[in-house]
Design a protein around this ligand. Structure first.
Ligand SMILES: Cc1ncc(COP(=O)(O)O)c(C=O)c1O
Length: 383
């Protein structure tokens, strides 16, 4: 992609820009997998959920997967007849069951208490599943690991056995199982291992499953060999005659998203050149939350011009990191953060009353379409 598109003067900054071609390239891989294996790909809308973006993704997937009532409402608004809505969360509220069941086709429960509250109602209207915790950790950072010690995510086999011995679960009405136990992995052998462990552990309960949902947590970039994924899907279909869902989020939106900022001030501070941007770390909250340095377009270790890029809020720690460039930065220059399409826009906040970025879709790599612009009303309506 030509980076000149990010320098056009009518692009309002700060701006999230989603490259449609980048999204479609990943979705083509999912379509290819679907053609090879007859799996049913979903998009996990928690990673990025602007309506214009959902419209781009919708034609390539069987449905959306959601983690709350509001996400399910949004999915129902966007999806076509025949596409399905799937939900799982540790956070079902008792006063939301009726609405959730009305909207969702597949409801996955996370605990035996949830089962007691809702299984009967779900069975009347939707397909009921349970989330299992495979107790296989592949993620070093516990904050991202669904199988961390004392996890709240999914039933372990010990919990299943305890519930079973008290006859708390009715296996006749459990139509599906859901697993999700990875994060940004390209190693699909880990998924294969998890599925094998879960299916072998389930055999003692003799379930009559119609589907399995493999969750998300894996990337679909060039580093990823999808063979173990395709083999696992085939194995599940052949051995257990189940429909197989797969629900990536970040794989679809992460690499296709950019944050474009404009330099609004330059400060020299104890021999460091500080570049103040019209954005803030609160527009890339995961950068601050997890303390990592985002990738910046055209920055290179060998560059002669060294800068510290900082955000414009009052927080002294509102900074992106130290970068070097071949060209000098001036007030009015653009700085482009890459790979920020997932979990940023959905978590951004308006601390200091700083406006949220606009959102654009970059169509055919040359046509920037404004899909959301924020203003004082966006700020006021949150108060
Ligand atoms: C149950 C479930 N499915 C899918 C996803 C999407 O994961 P990712 O965006 O890493 O693909 C998540 C993310 O937290 C999840 O919790």
């Amino acid at each position: 992609m030509k980076d000149s598109i990010f320098h056009t003067s009518d692009l309002l900054t700060p701006a999230y820009v989603y490259n449609q071609d980048g999204i479609v390239n990943v979705l083509d891989k999912l379509v290819n997998l679907k053609e090879k294996t007859a799996c049913l790909p979903l998009y996990s809308i928690k990673s990025a959920n602007m309506v214009g973006l959902l419209d781009v993704i919708k034609p390539y997937v069987s449905g959306f997967s959601c983690s709350s009532l509001f996400e399910a409402q949004l999915a129902a608004e966007v999806l076509d007849e025949g596409q399905t809505i799937h939900i799982t969360t540790p956070g079902y509220r008792h006063d939301e069951w009726d609405s959730i069941i009305k909207l969702c086709d597949f409801v996955t429960l996370n605990s035996t208490n949830q089962w007691h509250s809702a299984a009967k109602k779900i069975n009347a209207d939707a397909s009921c599943g349970i989330r299992l915790n495979p107790e296989l950790s592949f993620v070093n950072d516990e904050r991202y690991d669904p199988c961390r010690p004392n996890s709240k995510l999914g039933l372990t086999f010990e919990q299943l056995r305890a519930a079973n011995s008290k006859q708390e679960l009715d296996w006749e009405s459990i139509e599906g199982v859901h697993i999700h136990n990875n994060c940004e992995s390209t190693r699909y052998e880990e998924l294969k291992k998890s599925v094998e462990k879960v299916m072998s552990g389930l055999s003692e309960f003799n379930p009559k499953l119609k589907w399995i949902n493999l969750g998300g947590g894996y990337l679909l970039n060039d580093k990823a060999d999808l063979t173990p994924l395709a083999d696992t899907i085939k194995w599940l279909q052949d051995e257990f005659s189940v429909d197989v869902y797969f629900e990536p989020g970040k794989a679809i939106t992460g690499g296709a998203g950019y944050l474009v900022a404009t330099v609004i001030d330059l400060i020299e501070s104890e021999n460091k050149n500080i570049v103040v941007l019209d954005t803030t770390i609160n527009h890339l909250p995961e950068v601050f939350e997890y303390q990592y340095q985002p990738k910046v377009m055209n920055a290179s270790d060998k560059g002669n011009y060294k800068y510290r890029l900082v955000g414009c809020s009052c927080l002294s720690g509102d900074l992106f990191g130290d970068y070097a460039f071949d060209k000098q930065i001036e007030i009015g220059s653009r700085v482009i953060f890459e790979n920020i399409g997932a979990y940023m826009q959905v978590k951004a906040n308006m601390f200091n009353g700083i406006n949220l970025p606009a959102t654009y879709l970059l169509r055919l790599e040359e046509n920037l379409e404004l899909i959301k612009r924020n203003d004082y009303e966006s700020f006021r309506s949150r108060l």
